[in-house]
Design a protein. Structure first.
Length: 202
């Protein structure tokens, strides 16, 4: 049976880290590789993001569910990861009921009033609350830590790039590893053996 793996990455089209995710997916689809898994961050049955009134808090709640269902979480760190702020604009905790909500980028209704009349503070053993000012990437990381998931951090680089790590990942610096390496012919290739071992396939 395929494992359930969650892959967190910056998907910005021009300077994000989708290339790493695509490479991992290629390994999964290759019958010669022993790396069969289901990417829970890319559900085949759809996502709340398709809802025309999707809000950042809706996405974060979905992230929690997807991470909870995963055995491991891969975080791809690129040179822009630490500066990404998408998802951090919620005003609910500061301004209360009736505050304006900046929607998810695909929301067709534009800015509107927060839909939450009441909120509660999560306990230490609950999921990370979905109403917060964390970026999407920070929220995913905090949820993976909260749920004690197997965390794999890779740099979108041939080298160790500890200065790329966001502040919230600093305590996990020793876990981070370059995703790319050079093969015997000098070509840049993904480090399949490292990922396989980190996910527990050996």
């Amino acid at each position: 049976m395929s494992r359930r793996i969650y892959i967190s990455a910056d998907y910005a089209p021009n300077n994000g880290d989708r290339n790493v995710v695509d490479e991992i997916h290629k390994w999964c689809d290759d019958p010669r590789r022993n790396l069969s898994f289901y990417d829970t961050a890319n559900p085949s049955c759809g996502s709340v993001s398709s809802d025309p009134d999707c809000r950042p808090c809706d996405l974060k709640r979905e992230f929690n569910q997807q991470i909870n269902a995963s055995s491991a979480v891969i975080f791809v760190v690129g040179d822009k990861t630490a500066s990404r702020t998408a998802g951090n604009s919620c005003k609910r905790n500061d301004e209360g009921v009736g505050c304006e909500c900046t929607p998810y980028k695909q929301n067709t209704k534009g800015t509107s009033t927060c839909k939450w009349q009441t909120t509660s503070t999560p306990g230490p053993y609950d999921d990370i609350g979905n109403i917060n000012t964390y970026s999407y990437l920070e929220h995913e990381f905090k949820q993976a830590v909260r749920r004690n998931k197997n965390i794999v951090i890779v740099y979108n680089s041939l080298n160790y790039q500890s200065n790329w790590l966001p502040i919230y990942m600093q305590d996990y610096k020793d876990l981070a590893h370059p995703f790319w390496k050079k093969d015997a012919w000098g070509n840049r290739v993904g480090d399949y053996q490292y990922i396989k071992k980190a996910l527990g396939y050996d």
